[in-house]
Design a protein around this ligand. Sequence first.
Ligand code: ASP
Length: 412
Amino acid sequence: MTLFSNNMNKTYQAMFFLLITILSALVIGASIGTIVEPNTANKKADARILIIYTGGTIGMVETSSGLKNIPNRGTEQLDKYLALYPDAREKIGTYEIISYDPLIDSSNMAPADWNKMIGTIYSNYTSYDAFVIMHGTDTMAYTASALSFGLRGLDKPVIVTGAQEPLAKLRNDGINNLICSLIYASSQKPLSEVVLIFNNEVFRGNRTKKLSPNKNSAFGSPNFPPLGKFGIGFEYNVIVDSRGSSPSTKYQKYWDYQSKFIDPVNYRENVNVPIIFLTPGIQFDMYTDLVTTTRVDSIVLLTFGIGNGPDGNKGFQKFLRTCREKDIPVFNISQCCQGRVEQGDYATGSFLSTMGVVGGLDLTLEAAFTKACYLATMYPGDSSTQRRVFSQDLVGELNPEGTERFELFIDI
Ligand code: ASP
């Protein structure tokens, strides 16, 4: 018995051949496709990157006495991880690692450690295109700020990163922070400045603060939007210049005048900048004793609200008079971590101006402290220059016109 008539048979035969032809074309096409259309998106990154491993949680390894930093160890996980992704490896340039000995918890860092990092970058400057610093989170915002002032004339990216959980742990944020840092360092248009990369965000280093000891989103930049962020890909926060043909990063302009040649500064290691946090009813006698008995380079005052102090507090008045007599610069930063100091807004702020206190605008405490250290190093004994330069924008650490808020993330 035949299932179909002769005519029906011919129709089904024709359809069968057509189907086979289409399937063969698809199979052959797919295999040829990869040959005739090489994937140009995966162009090999050729950046040479120096990883400087200073210590901190990110590189700690399991030992019989718990997690510890051990020189020349703690970065093996990075190599092992990258070996799992040979194709993605193309996105990352070649890297070499310098491991400090001793590796330190960043709570132990001092200006000498900033100088050590500045020295490592400077002495390797011509051999690498980008620098990634593995660092503890506790004083990372101070280091990022200090490096931004110290690495004058920088025209290569310096990335500071770390982790809340070490690479050696099964679940950790360190691997993502490090991979993001390496991808950023290897990208075509990394910004030539000190950035801090954490939890998928790229921040201007001297605008950062550690906000949480427990969360993966440990850092923020309360007075300045992130420079970029990692999502599925990487996007810069940009402005579109209506006169230009393409968007450009807003932030590069701060560095244009700088990038002639690198001319780093070594911080004076005995720099002494006490920070005084105002509290209601604060007793100032011991601070007045401090400035009369100890060599103090300058003082950072952490004031109330928009930069106000207790103008009716006799001890405070005496303290400021003493600082003025001894020619010690006093800088004013708000206890609020967002917003800016405007000393003229209230009588309690104007009083500070009359006493020669200099408003620190929208500087973070970390940037204010490291800037004061930098100025004491650069202009020792020249308090009027220290006062004048403190409120100037040196490397994008403050905005004289006010806090900017815009976010337009574009993959450029
Ligand atoms: N105490 C550590 C450090 O700052 C914390 C960390 O790395 O997260 O070195």
